[in-house]
Design a binder for this molecule. Structure first.
Ligand code: SAM
Ligand code: SF4
Length: 334
């Protein structure tokens, strides 16, 4: 049996989320503060060659799926070069991208050509003024053009990620669901997570996802559980009767899915994060050039991976067992 990335709870890790930058062209209210972010200087960010070197160590250990994220990955120049390098690594089967979609109309074709297999687009409102408010200045028209360009480039499946927030976009659930009737798109509603801060702002905006199913019931739209379209994860998937697409619920706070966690994270500044929520990090940048030290560090990080995050305790105010991260989501990659 080849060596695998298995932690002490028996979870097999075959998925790496790679943040390629902590910078972004938007400032979503739940992800980044409006001002005062300290960005990593270029010399502290992993180069594309360094990222590929790390993936070359992990692929023989069973990592097959990668996701490029950020910050906004498309603000980093030459992302297609990285995709080209990663797609040539034996064992890598799937390279997905998480993006806000602003630059997708420009890059979708190039990325597909380079070897990108899937795209997830974040889109929290279909109402232009509201989208601009949530993203602090974004243009929803550009995201929708990016979505169209992704479809023309041949990406399939395409998923839309919607972070649901009380009083912010919870009245748009039906509009998003309607999109699945019309096109083969996969909408994934995500619970608002307390990453990097746990102030009253998050608690006030947090909304359990039962709201999505309640909306379907209120509108008398029939729906049933279905298989998740190809993906890496935790969505609980549904299809509205007669719909071309599907919708999914990702509820890390109200009902965590840590038991099936298959993912590790690599931050843009070269830190391995075994869990999104906790502060533990392992700096792999200093081991570049030494594949056995890189491998050992990943095993050390895995060994320290806790059984579960405790986001729900952040909601109830209970004492937590570890120290939550102080990084913002844009510094981790989601
Ligand atoms: N910029 C890209 C994007 O927006 O898709 C990739 C990075 S972003 C950090 C990755 C995902 O994290 C996005 O879908 C975003 O909506 C989500 N996200 C950020 N902060 C969040 C929070 N506090 N709770 C839930 N999801 C969050
Ligand atoms: Fe940028 Fe994505 Fe964070 Fe929005 S969610 S600020 S687009 S990194």
């Amino acid at each position: 049996m080849p060596k695998q990335l298995v932690d002490k709870f028996g979870r097999v890790h075959d998925y790496l989320r790679i943040s390629v930058t902590d910078r972004c062209n938007l400032r979503c209210v739940y992800c980044m503060p409006e001002e005062g972010m300290q960005f990593e200087p270029d010399h502290r960010i992993l180069t594309y060659e360094e990222i590929a070197e790390i993936v070359k160590v992990l692929a023989p250990l069973g990592v097959r799926k990668l996701r490029l994220t950020g910050g906004e990955p498309l603000v980093r120049k030459g992302l297609d070069q990285l995709i080209g390098m990663l797609s040539k690594i034996p064992g890598i089967e799937d390279i997905a991208l998480s993006t806000n979609g602003i630059y997708l109309a420009q890059f979708a074709g190039i990325l597909k050509e380079a070897g990108l297999t899937r795209v997830n687009i974040s889109l929290d409102s279909l109402i232009p003024e509201r989208f601009a408010k949530i993203t602090r200045g974004g243009d929803v028209g550009r995201v929708l053009s990016g979505l169209k360009a992704s479809r023309s480039a041949g990406f399939d499946p395409i998923k839309l990620n919607v972070v649901l927030m009380k009083g912010m976009n919870d009245d748009e659930v039906a509009s998003f669901l309607r999109m699945t009737y019309e096109e083969p798109i996969h909408i994934r509603f995500i619970e608002y997570m307390p990453i990097g801060y746990e102030g009253s702002g998050w608690k006030a905006g947090y909304l359990p996802l039962e709201h999505v199913l309640d909306t379907c019931r209120r509108l008398k739209w029939s729906f049933s559980r279905c298989e998740d379209v190809y993906g890496n994860g935790p969505a609980e998937s549904y299809r509205l009767e007669g719909a071309a697409g599907t919708f999914g619920l990702i509820h890390p706070v109200s009902d965590h899915f840590c038991g099936s966690c298959n993912r590790l994270r690599l931050t843009a500044d070269g830190n391995i994060k075994p869990c999104l929520y906790w502060s533990d990090e392992y700096n792999v940048r200093k081991h570049i050039g030494d594949s056995s030290a890189i491998e050992q560090l990943f095993f050390k990080a895995l060994d320290a991976k806790p059984e579960t995050h405790e986001m729900a305790k952040a909601l109830s105010g209970e004492q937590q067992n570890h120290i939550p991260t102080v990084r913002r989501m844009s510094q981790i990659g989601g």
